[in-house]
Design a protein around this ligand. Structure first.
Ligand code: ZN
Length: 109
């Protein structure tokens, strides 16, 4: 019994399973070609989601950065802390999403 990834939800499943036990995606009766097509659709959908998340993260970082330079909040105030935190969150979130996009293609098998 070999393990493969569900084309729909990307969880580890048996390649003998008739349907995915996690998301009930039908696997039996699908040719290798159809499975690959399902797979690339799923990867594309996940990538699109990650790309929009990373864009949102970048936007948050840029907004916080812009606020910091235009308003120049006094260090130690909550405005300054909030701007710093948002900048950090935005950058970290952006990096995490880019790394996840990078690993997305290689995650099969
Ligand atoms: Zn599944």
């Amino acid at each position: 019994m070999a393990l493969t990834n569900c084309p729909s939800c990307n969880k580890r499943i048996s390649d003998k399973a008739e349907a995915c036990p996690h998301c009930e995606f039908r696997l039996s009766g699908l040719s290798e070609e159809e499975l690959n097509r399902e797979w690339s659709h799923a990867v594309q959908a996940r990538r699109d989601k990650l790309i929009s998340q990373s864009m949102l993260a970048l936007l948050i970082a840029i907004a916080a950065f812009t606020y910091f330079f235009i308003e120049q909040p006094i260090p130690g105030t909550w405005q300054s802390h909030t701007a710093n935190a948002l900048m950090l969150i935005g950058v970290v979130w952006f990096v995490i999403n880019r790394v996840r996009i990078m690993f997305l293609k290689r995650s099969r098998r």
